[in-house]
Design a protein around this ligand. Sequence first.
Ligand SMILES: Cc1cc2nc3c(=O)[nH]c(=O)nc-3n(C[C@H](O)[C@H](O)[C@H](O)COP(=O)(O)OP(=O)(O)OC[C@H]3O[C@@H](n4cnc5c(N)ncnc54)[C@H](O)[C@@H]3O)c2cc1C
Ligand SMILES: *[C@@H]1O[C@H](CO)[C@@H](O)[C@H](O)[C@H]1NC(C)=O
Ligand SMILES: *[C@@H]1O[C@H](CO)[C@@H](O)[C@H](O)[C@H]1NC(C)=O
Ligand SMILES: *[C@@H]1O[C@H](CO)[C@@H](O)[C@H](O)[C@H]1NC(C)=O
Ligand SMILES: *[C@@H]1O[C@H](CO)[C@@H](O)[C@H](O)[C@H]1NC(C)=O
Ligand SMILES: *[C@@H]1O[C@H](CO)[C@@H](O)[C@H](O)[C@H]1NC(C)=O
Ligand SMILES: *[C@@H]1O[C@H](CO)[C@@H](O)[C@H](O)[C@H]1NC(C)=O
Length: 495
Amino acid sequence: MRLPPTTALISIAALAPEVRALAVPPAQAPLPKRDNLDQIVLPGFPHPNPTVSYWQDPPHRIANLRTTPELPTTDVFDYVIVGSGISGAAVAFKLLSRDPNLSILMLEARTAAGAASGRNGGHCKPGDWKEVKDWVELYGEDEALRIGKMEQDCVDDVRNFVKTHNVSSGWQDVETADVYWTKEAFDEAVEIKKFQDELQQRRPNDGPWSNKRTVYAGQAARDYWKWPQILGAVAYTSHTQNPYLTVCALLEQGLEKGLNLQTTTIALSIDQVSNSSEAGAKWEVKTDRGTVQGKQVVLATNSYTNALHAGLASTGFLVPQRNQVAAVHPSKDTSNNTVFRRSHSYPDLHSGNNYIAIRAPGDIGAGDVIVGGSTKFSPTRERNITDDSVINQDIADDLHGVGRVVFGYENWGETTKVVKDWTGIICNTPDGFPVVGGLPNEEGLWASACMNGHGMAWAFRSAEALVQMMAEGETPTWFPKAFDINRAWNYTAEE
Ligand SMILES: Cc1cc2nc3c(=O)[nH]c(=O)nc-3n(C[C@H](O)[C@H](O)[C@H](O)COP(=O)(O)OP(=O)(O)OC[C@H]3O[C@@H](n4cnc5c(N)ncnc54)[C@H](O)[C@@H]3O)c2cc1C
Ligand SMILES: *[C@@H]1O[C@H](CO)[C@@H](O)[C@H](O)[C@H]1NC(C)=O
Ligand SMILES: *[C@@H]1O[C@H](CO)[C@@H](O)[C@H](O)[C@H]1NC(C)=O
Ligand SMILES: *[C@@H]1O[C@H](CO)[C@@H](O)[C@H](O)[C@H]1NC(C)=O
Ligand SMILES: *[C@@H]1O[C@H](CO)[C@@H](O)[C@H](O)[C@H]1NC(C)=O
Ligand SMILES: *[C@@H]1O[C@H](CO)[C@@H](O)[C@H](O)[C@H]1NC(C)=O
Ligand SMILES: *[C@@H]1O[C@H](CO)[C@@H](O)[C@H](O)[C@H]1NC(C)=O
């Protein structure tokens, strides 16, 4: 694992900085020609022609990068990582930060960060902490605190990465609110806040306490948030960003350290090498451009993991789901209206489970309102769909109307301009947690996948834990046991 990269590998880190800069192609380089693109619509694999998200326009300068023009099929890499989303990017970055001598190849079916990480709702939000009561019941207090702390630490780590590297991804620290429209839901939120307060008193050193939660009830909520119809809100610190630009910056950090990225290259199958060569190849990954070899392989394939691993697929534990987002613009000028400026919210409106982020003054598209959710307007709830080349019009219709209802005609104006609609695929597990770790009985095959629509708050720390497992052979004590990939095989679907 600590061998220097093989000489045949053209590593851009080995080049002088001025040459290295040239290795990155200019913005909007044309897609590499691939005659068979239309045929590669394999069930369960990333669709080759996805909708373009708000964040991906214009494409990043590494969007179509192939570090080496040819797929390096003769080298044996220390790691082959499949997937260039935040999971794969973070694993590469963290591995190379520990040991710059590692040789790492990353395969990406689409353009860089072209799946969920480049097409989400733009929140980096420690919002799952409100599930703490359930976690205590299911896993005990220590584990519940570990999960909550990990979420907050993960969000803080992403923020720290963006700040340390001066990433221009429109990162904003914002006051967020979980907003309630029904008395039952708000009463429950207040109960949970009490539960958290009691836990904090008893365990002052163990939880995500750096982020204070504030309850606004009834008229106080309406006065503070100025939303006419709400019954209450729980506010805390969160963040909005262009996730695509953050993840491309993370990939660029890896590239500077020698990562070989091969975009528009689909991994089709992964097989153990029975007659390991002198160079130590243990795994072969077959792609549409040839077969590559690695000592270890990392699945950072989120909602597409089942397609590459029949054993995991057979557990039924990982279930893809299509999610949809709209960028809309109110007809009134909102630039000086604090109702919009303070926002970034999660209104529990008509049970649409909507999440809203607003482009800040100074951002490209300032005042655009990014709305996600409304999955319930699909009879199938969009479950088990991996085609994000189309949008669902019923969901779009609802998303376009949510902002005006939330903020009111007075603030919003009477019409709404639709800037963009797009879809993306998330991956859900029955318990709501990702799968992280080594695949059982397959030495050198690892995964950090299935982020349950919450990857901006989970993937970075999951990658950190996985890197420690791979490099040191042990799981860090701060990492939730609830994320262990082995549990997938303990699962039996309810009839
Ligand atoms: C519409 C939408 C809104 C969301 N909103 C939010 C939000 O506001 N906040 C939040 O925290 N999370 C949100 N999420 C979830 C979040 O985007 C994901 O959890 C996160 O991006 C997962 O990162 P990842 O790297 O694990 O997976 P992905 O970003 O999906 O990356 C996996 C990569 O693997 C590649 N890949 C897969 N199979 C293969 C193969 N066989 N060969 C080669 N490459 C392959 C894919 O093309 C993809 O690029 C949202 C997701 C969607 C879709
Ligand atoms: C990397 O390789 C060089 C040259 O072989 C060696 O001197 C150095 O110690 C290695 N670094 C690490 C972190 O292994
Ligand atoms: C980031 O910006 C600050 C202030 O402009 C500067 O001091 C620092 O060196 C920059 N860091 C990097 C990594 O570019
Ligand atoms: C393993 O053996 C097969 C069949 O003999 C051969 O085709 C293949 O190239 C070998 N692989 C390695 C890595 O030596
Ligand atoms: C918003 O406020 C700024 C500064 O006070 C002012 O210059 C600008 O004209 C205002 N814009 C609108 C649309 O009222
Ligand atoms: C999910 O979709 C796949 C491929 O279309 C299909 O084979 C499978 O049966 C579906 N599973 C469920 C639970 O609907
Ligand atoms: C799976 O189930 C077995 C038997 O009940 C148990 O010992 C093991 O801890 C479980 N593994 C996980 C990861 O939950």
